[in-house]
Design a binder for this molecule. Structure first.
Ligand SMILES: [Zn+2]
Length: 156
């Protein structure tokens, strides 16, 4: 079990035999490595953590003012614009979107769960549909004019 006992006991929680949080590289920091393979559609893990009311670097959003702080597993999931997992913050599950080979990093799309990111960042995921700059689902990329700004400037 990757989780401490205070998170409760559930055999579907991420197992230490299946995952390891490791340093990927300097720019990405830590990531979650799957030590075993998963098939597309397979349940990867049931997740847990502490509920906090503010956005922190490693939290995932549950609802408007509820965020999950899990520094053992989900907090270190890396971002890709072509993710290999989906995170459902209502069901508290992680599901494989593609076949995942053993010893692969798990990648979610941060905009799937986050309305506002702790910090926007440039993406180097290398996928064909890479958005280049990662924001929460309700955010406008920093430095881009809002629609209302365009109106004010007579450009809309
Ligand atoms: Zn990307």
């Amino acid at each position: 079990m990757l989780y401490p006992k205070k998170f409760g006991l559930n055999s579907l929680f991420p197992q230490a035999s299946d995952f390891r949080v490791v340093s990927k590289d300097k720019s990405s920091g830590k990531g979650v490595l799957a030590l075993r393979s998963f098939s597309a559609g397979e349940l990867v893990a049931v997740i847990s953590g502490e509920i906090v009311t503010d956005i922190r670097q490693h939290t995932l959003q549950i609802s408007a003012n509820k965020h999950l702080l899990d520094l053992y597993f989900t907090g270190y999931l890396l971002h890709s614009c072509s993710p290999n997992i989906s995170v459902d913050m209502q069901l508290m599950t992680v599901t494989a979107l593609k076949d995942i080979a053993a010893n692969s990093f798990l990648y979610m799309d941060y905009s799937e769960t986050e309305e506002v990111l702790y910090k926007q960042f440039p993406c180097g995921c290398g996928s064909e549909n890479c958005r280049g700059w990662i924001t929460g689902s309700l955010e406008v990329p920093e430095g881009i004019l809002l629609g209302s700004d365009l109106g004010n400037l007579g450009l809309a």
